[in-house]
Design a protein around this ligand. Structure first.
Ligand code: GTP
Ligand code: MG
Length: 194
């Protein structure tokens, strides 16, 4: 996997038509960390303990297979409103009518109940009829029991319309094989319009 470029506006999105898989979720949920773990390259995408680090759509190319898109996170209150609206506009401009988009990976923190922002994103994805898997992140911080019961709750709740709900950890590697298989299968299946 290699960094393919950042986009601040739609004219900077890739144009070669490769399938794309988007990583979405609130700030600090672990999107960039998960991308790095999937790539096996620790510093490919920027990871930060400060939320709101990723402000552009960053594209990573997986050979001639697909792009993975790291989208800016939502739900970080301490940014000026106009800046937040700018990010939302960018994310929306990417998600609506993006023909190469094959799958969304929707991340939520396994330690917490879904937020208002998570529900808003779910409604948006459902309304747009975008396919998504729900990934519960940072399961290394929970015991097996609590992690499994979180996944069960998500299957019944936020993720009831998701293709799958999977517990993942960028730290321990848990769930990465399963997620990667789903991502690759979606990319092989190809562009949404096909
Ligand atoms: P934004 O770019 O701000 O939207 O954040 P992000 O979703 O890309 O999160 P990022 O990957 O930067 O990770 C945020 C914080 O969570 C960092 O301090 C990471 O080290 C931590 N983190 C990410 N994944 C894991 C994980 O699997 N386990 C644990 N324990 N911590 C994690
Ligand atoms: Mg990030």
């Amino acid at each position: 996997m290699t960094f393919a470029g950042s986009a601040a506006s739609p004219d900077q999105f890739p144009r070669d038509g490769l399938p794309e898989v988007a990583f979405l979720g609130r700030s600090n949920v672990g999107k960039s960390s998960l991308l790095n773990a999937l790539a096996g390259v620790p510093k490919l995408a920027h990871v930060s303990s400060k939320p709101g680090r990723t402000r552009l759509v960053n594209f990573f190319r997986v050979g001639s297979e697909m792009y993975l898109a790291d989208l800016p996170g939502y739900g970080y209150a301490r940014v000026p409103r106009e800046m937040r609206e700018g990010w939302e506009a960018l994310v929306t401009s990417y998600l609506v009518g993006r023909d190469p988009l094959a799958l969304c990976v929707f991340l939520v923190d396994a330690r917490h109940d879904p937020s208002e922002g998570d529900e808003t994103l779910r409604r948006f994805l459902d309304r747009q009829e975008l396919p998504y898997v729900l990934a519960a992140t940072k399961v290394d911080t929970l015991g097996r029991g609590p992690a499994a019961s979180r996944v069960k709750d998500l299957e019944r709740g936020l993720g009831r319309k998701a293709w799958a709900v999977v517990g993942v950890s960028a730290e321990s590697g848990e769930g990465l094989d399963s997620l990667w298989k789903t991502v690759r299968a979606a990319a092989r299946h190809g562009r949404r319009e096909d």
